[in-house]
Design a protein around this ligand. Structure first.
Ligand SMILES: [Zn+2]
Length: 450
């Protein structure tokens, strides 16, 4: 087990404004997508004309005509839609450093040009700027949890990386990678910096090299020792079939309910049966797969087997944090290859995948992913009275097919407002942009990209 002691929930949260407690009442929402069938109708747990009360960072109540205390902040959300914050089940926050680069490269050429040669050249101060920019973009887009696969970093760079994540206020899973010989450094970061953070969850990151079984064995062992998830990219590229990677993962003791597998495109039916049998979860990253031309995840086969699926952005191979675009792509890709517009996932299932699906994939559905009283208050407010969403229609389909980050008016993470009335709180976006620009100039020497 991790030795780092988790702080009590809510520790590290900013003090409420003078004269108020930290409770917030979202009053009279037009529609609440709780993602909890116990509280509402259907898969999305839909409730109409409803209030939501946040207290001490948790969802205290969902229902009609809730009573506000004298110090409760009341926000009128008439006409708006509430839903849980999105869970980005797979990303790389540092990759704002490489947005738009390698636009015509395939996966492994892209790795060479944009990843392995780039990461070691980013000093701590600039790593802070890139990560801060990505985290702010995620929050303003309605993503409240990021599952971040982090490449091998020096300890000082890891400190800056995690300082940026912490300063942003986003909930985060930090999957730390190090070469097998340096696995102790990953353990130091996870136990010393991630586990004690009230919004942080540690994971061990690994890679499945066709020509090197050591990575899986060492990292699976570390994940078991720390009792955390193992997080890896698997069968993303067609050439990854040159070795029997799923069998190797199984042999290394790395295939179980605490395994998160990213992409899983070039997979056989027998391997999917094994993933289902072992209880592993997967992250689907449709925009990244489209960008790199790697293929289409057999999502319907995965769903049919009951495998948990979250939706991921995959950082710089997506170039944005727009979960609306990812939901739409998740629906569209399956339709494009199956020629069947009625199969999984439909818009409602895409919304579920982007919220509860991600929470389940990382084993946090007891705390996040739905607007269930008792869970942490990660809440998004959407305003459908916008040029791209009006007029009133089938709301889940409108959100998935037409929603955009700018329709997100308010975002709460652990009950703390990170976006209010359409503007990020506690940060200056123009400054984040200017600082990331300066860091990119240092990194790329003014080269615009190729
Ligand atoms: Zn990735």
């Amino acid at each position: 087990m991790l030795t780092g002691k988790r702080s009590p929930a809510g520790a590290g949260r900013p003090a409420p404004a003078h004269g108020r407690d930290d409770s917030v009442l979202l009053r009279d929402a037009d529609l609440v997508l709780t993602m909890d069938p116990f509280y509402g109708e259907g898969l999305l747990g839909t409730v109409e004309r409803c209030d939501l009360l946040i207290r001490e960072g948790a969802i205290a109540a969902v229902g009609g005509r809730l009573v506000a205390g004298p110090d409760t902040e009341v926000i009128d959300v008439r006409g708006k839609v509430l839903l849980p914050g999105f869970v980005d089940a797979h990303t790389h926050l540092w990759q704002s450093a490489i947005r738009g680069r390698g636009p015509a490269l395939g996966l492994y050429e892209w790795f060479d040009a944009c990843v392995w040669t780039v990461v070691p050249r980013i000093p701590p101060a600039d790593m802070y700027r890139f990560v801060r920019l990505s985290a702010a973009d995620a929050l303003q887009s309605g993503t409240t949890t990021v599952v971040d696969w982090v490449p091998a970093l020096e300890y000082a760079v890891s400190e800056a990386y995690l300082e940026a994540v912490s300063d942003s206020g986003v909930r985060f899973v930090h999957a730390a990678y190090q070469e097998p010989a340096d696995a102790g450094l990953a353990a130091k970061v996870l136990t010393g910096l991630v586990a004690p953070h009230p919004l942080g969850t540690p994971q061990v990151a690994t890679v499945a090299h066709p020509d090197d079984p050591d990575h899986l064995r060492v990292h699976a062992g570390l994940a078991r020792e720390l009792d955390v998830h193992l997080n890896l990219h698997l069968l993303e590229h067609r050439t990854d079939r040159s070795a029997d990677l799923v069998a190797r993962l199984q042999e290394a003791g790395g295939l179980g309910p605490k395994t998160l597998l990213n992409h899983v495109i070039h997979v056989t039916a027998a391997e999917l049966d094994l993933l289902a049998h072992r209880g592993a979860a997967v992250a689907h990253c449709p925009l990244s797969n489209m960008r790199l031309g790697t293929g289409v995840m057999p999502l319907r086969e995965i769903h049919r087997r009951g495998i948990r699926v979250g939706l991921g952005q995959d950082g710089g191979t997506n170039d944005s944090a727009d979960m609306f675009a990812s939901m739409k792509a998740a629906v569209g890709l399956q339709r494009a290859v199956s020629l069947d517009p009625a199969g999984y996932p439909g818009p409602e299932e895409a919304l579920y995948m982007a919220t509860m699906g991600g929470a389940r994939a990382v084993g946090q559905d007891d705390r996040i992913g739905s607007l269930t009283p008792g869970k942490r208050a990660d809440v998004v407010v959407l305003d459908p009275a916008a040029l791209n969403l009006a007029p009133l229609g089938a709301r889940p389909a409108q959100i998935v097919f037409g929603g955009r980050p700018e329709n997100v008016t308010d975002v709460f993470v652990d009950g703390v407002a990170r976006k209010r009335a359409g503007r990020p709180t506690g940060t200056d976006p123009a400054r984040l942009v200017a600082e990331a620009d300066a860091a990119a100039r240092t990194l790329w020497g003014g080269e615009a990209g190729r």
